[in-house]
Design a protein around this ligand. Structure first.
Ligand SMILES: *Cc1c(COP(=O)(O)O)cnc(C)c1O
Ligand SMILES: [Zn+2]
Length: 383
């Protein structure tokens, strides 16, 4: 509706949004959606949100889908922001919250990105969609493609959690199991789509998944009464949520709905695959691909991310940090979060708990700060 341009995150070249795009035609970097925010702000008052449905389409003026009839939805978004007082007390924090993304369709926040990407792909005439996935993106694509009547082809590592393979199968997606990691799957998808196999909806190679994920940033602001927390702790693979939330904060500030205050953004990774942590600590602007990546938190097993430079920039500009935790630490935190709060988290979300514990211990998070950790999915997908 108010989408005006797709702008390259690196060279700023514009691309007309009226047709399908992947990366920048000049430099091969991700494209980001730009809106006429003055017009969007004139059409939408933040007070009118209160009467809208509790899903991410409540922010439709700030999303790319022009035609409401083109929206493919399973009710994604507007997940609860839960106070976590018992876990907070254990960690020495007076104001800890969990944004519980497990309540999304398909059990993870991948639903947000796929709802918007599949809606746009259908609006722009794509019929076959392909994606490399560590698991949950494939499950979400399979579900939304089924609902849209489009075909999906998911390329996943052979050792992806069983639930992800089953959910893709049941939704009628084609599945290619790959002896390798998501980065190997990504190369296969690029080749497959280059040979006419379909439209590549890899995160940040497709411009609208990040638009779906940015709604987590809108929700944080709205649920906290149009102020942002002090610290946002995010389990990071491809980094789409980090990039998206930061973009959302900028858009809200341009609308005049929030002031200039920004949270410190914290990227959490696993010891066995921590390219962003390594690059952050080294002061690098890009990350180096991890060889032999291993972690039980399959969504964090992303050896290389095309949006690495955007993530690193967000972490630095926010005054945040990046931190890795071990698999035993994050697995122990699955049970800790469930016993203390009744939230059975995905191992990726649980990884935020030991990360926060370390940052409190070394003084990087203060006892009274408002801290939000993201539980990005349900533990039920990892039985
Ligand atoms: C994909 C995924 C992540 C990582 O998300 P990004 O936005 O790609 O960094 C974290 N947790 C779960 C459960 C995931 O499926
Ligand atoms: Zn470019």
């Amino acid at each position: 509706m108010y989408l005006t341009n797709l702008e390259c995150a690196a060279c700023e070249r514009g691309h007309p949004p009226g047709r399908l795009h992947n990366l920048c035609e000049s430099c091969g970097m991700p494209l980001l959606a730009r809106y006429d925010l003055d017009a969007a702000g004139a059409a939408l008052a933040k007070t009118s949100l209160a009467t809208r449905p509790a899903n991410l389409w409540r922010y439709r003026e700030l999303l790319p889908v022009a035609d409401p009839a083109a929206v493919v939805t399973l009710g994604e978004g507007y997940t609860p922001l839960l106070r976590a007082d018992r876990l907070g007390a254990r960690l020495g924090l007076a104001n800890l919250y969990v944004k519980d993304e497990a309540l999304n369709p398909t059990g993870t926040f991948k639903a947000r990105g796929m709802a918007v990407a599949v809606s746009m792909a259908r609006q722009l005439g794509a019929t076959e969609l392909a994606v490399p996935s560590a698991g949950n993106a494939g499950g979400a694509l399979a579900a939304y493609a089924a609902r849209a009547g489009l075909s999906a082809h998911v390329f996943m590592p052979r050792d992806t959690p069983r639930a992800n393979v089953v959910e893709c199968e049941r939704a009628g997606a084609r599945i290619t199991l790959v002896d390798g990691l998501i980065s190997d799957c990504a190369r296969l998808v690029a080749e497959y789509c280059g040979n006419g196999g379909g439209f590549d909806v890899s995160t940040l190679r497709e411009p609208y998944r990040v638009e779906g994920k940015k709604t987590m940033g809108f929700e944080l602001a709205e649920q906290l009464g149009w102020r942002l927390p002090d610290v946002v702790v995010y389990p990071t693979g491809g980094g789409t949520g980090l990039v998206g939330m930061w973009k959302a904060f900028d858009e809200l500030a341009q609308l005049g709905w929030i002031d200039g205050y920004r949270p410190r953004m914290v990227a959490v990774q696993a010891d066995g695959c921590a390219p962003i942590v390594t690059a952050f600590l080294a002061g690098a602007t890009h990350a180096t691909e991890v060889v032999g990546a291993t972690t039980v938190a399959s969504g964090l097993r992303v050896p290389r991310a095309i949006g690495d430079f955007i993530m690193l920039d967000v972490l630095r500009r926010s005054g945040g940090t990046a931190i890795a935790v071990s698999d035993p630490e994050l697995l122990a935190a699955v049970a800790e979060l469930d016993r203390l709060e009744g939230i059975f988290p995905a191992p990726e979300g649980a990884a935020c708990v030991p990360a926060v514990r370390k940052l409190v211990a070394n003084g990087e998070i203060g006892a009274d700060e408002i801290v939000v950790i993201f539980n990005t999915g349900s533990g039920l997908k990892y039985l």
